[in-house]
Design a protein around this ligand. Structure first.
Ligand SMILES: NC(=O)c1ccc[n+]([C@@H]2O[C@H](COP(=O)([O-])OP(=O)(O)OC[C@H]3O[C@@H](n4cnc5c(N)ncnc54)[C@H](O)[C@@H]3O)[C@@H](O)[C@H]2O)c1
Length: 346
């Protein structure tokens, strides 16, 4: 039985990349994670640090039953669709999973007297607004102007959670992640998105000879080497931020949002060089034109998370991120050999 300070936490999407790392971090802090996932893009083999309930967040009854069965009073909500490009061609799916699905979870939470909801938000809420800030760090107070349906669903999600928290008396935290990367050094869990759209795993696959050559989009940005700067935060640092968000003392009905990033940027060329150093082979690539809407720099100011959550990135230096990611991609515990996830059919 958990003591006062140990929480049973329903982790929606806990069979996915960030959710699995967070379940491990929760367990290591003495909490009791219970994963709720439909395995559309997650892996059963990634659920190793808590019970597993197979279910879909759009099914409010199933979420309510999971809350009743586990007596969880805390929810970390990761479940959702993540591919920005696909959100342009299939906005219907993104609004259904990321917004209607979230409403379903919040409805069940309100009835079950949940005390805390932690939400996976994204730097995508800033979107185009970041373009006007050149190389400045982005604070939580920067204007929000999502540049994709994906970003719209994250901003809508934050607003929905703030309103539900205010009306139904639970407290809530939105964590706006920048670029999640790396893998847990245990080798048991890592990034296995299918399809993969993120730079680091694509470049590692290319360097290891099991992926396609890359295109570097834009070499004429106003950055030191002309390529885009992005903020890569190690997934174990992200996981620690979720634990801190669960434990943060907050008044009922309060809502707070935090940037979760390393606080420094790495350019595309720096990422490719770090991968070359770790793999002994440069990721094959060609140089292309800028993509419409890509800001030169998207780098977090994590000062508020530091102040309020007591969180600082501890393992987000680029070399550690790349080393752990390369180790995972050389010997993934799932993803390469296990059956492909079901995928989103509806
Ligand atoms: N990966 C990043 O860099 C990044 C950056 C910012 C925000 N985020 C957000 O973090 C969250 C987790 O991202 P991830 O990279 O771990 O993705 P992921 O695809 O690995 O994990 C998502 C999980 O949600 C599950 N899921 C999806 N729809 C569901 C549904 N309707 N019902 C139940 N389960 C469902 C999937 O099976 C999967 O296990 C997402 O909300 C994403 O938008 C990710």
């Amino acid at each position: 039985m958990a003591s006062e300070s140990e929480h049973t936490v329903l982790v929606t999407g806990g069979a996915g990349y960030i959710g699995a790392h967070t379940a491990k971090a929760l367990r290591e802090r003495g909490h009791n994670p219970v994963v709720f996932d439909n395995l559309s893009s997650g892996y059963r083999d990634a659920v190793r640090w808590g019970d597993f309930i197979h279910g879909d967040i759009r099914d409010t009854e199933a979420v309510a039953e999971a809350l009743a069965r586990t007596q969880a009073r805390h929810i970390i909500h990761f479940a959702g669709l993540i591919e920005v490009g696909r959100s342009v061609s299939r906005p219907d799916l993104f609004w259904a999973h990321n917004v209607t699905g979230l409403a379903s979870v919040l409805q069940a939470a309100a009835k079950a007297q949940v005390q805390r909801v932690v939400f996976s938000s994204s730097a995508a809420v800033y979107g185009q607004a970041a373009a006007g800030f050149e190389l400045d760090l982005l604070s939580e107070d920067n204007p929000k102007a999502p540049a994709s349906p994906y970003g719209d669903t994250k901003l809508a999600g934050e607003k929905m959670i703030a309103a539900y928290a205010s009306a139904f008396g639970f407290s809530a935290v939105a964590l706006r992640y920048f670029n999640a990367a790396g893998a847990d050094p245990s080798g048991l869990i890592g990034e296995a998105h299918q399809p993969e759209t993120h730079l680091i795993p694509l470049a590692i696959a290319a360097a290891l000879g099991h992926g396609k050559p890359l295109t570097v989009f834009g070499t004429d940005f106003p950055t030191p080497d002309g390529t885009c700067l992005r903020d890569y935060v190690h997934v174990d640092d992200l996981a620690a931020a979720h634990v801190a968000a669960v434990e943060l003392p907050l008044a009922p009905s309060a809502f707070e949002a935090f940037n979760i990033g390393a606080g420094h940027g790495a350019s595309v060329f720096e990422v490719l060089a770090a991968i070359e150093a770790a793999c002994g082979r440069a990721p094959p690539h060609s140089l292309g034109a800028r993509r419409a809407g890509d800001p030169a720099s998207l780098v977090a100011d994590p000062a508020r998370a530091n102040r309020r959550l007591g969180w600082t990135p501890r393992c987000s230096d680029l070399d550690h991120i790349i080393r752990t990611a390369v180790a995972w991609h050389k010997a993934p515990a799932y993803g390469a050999t296990s059956p492909q996830p079901a995928g989103i059919l509806s």
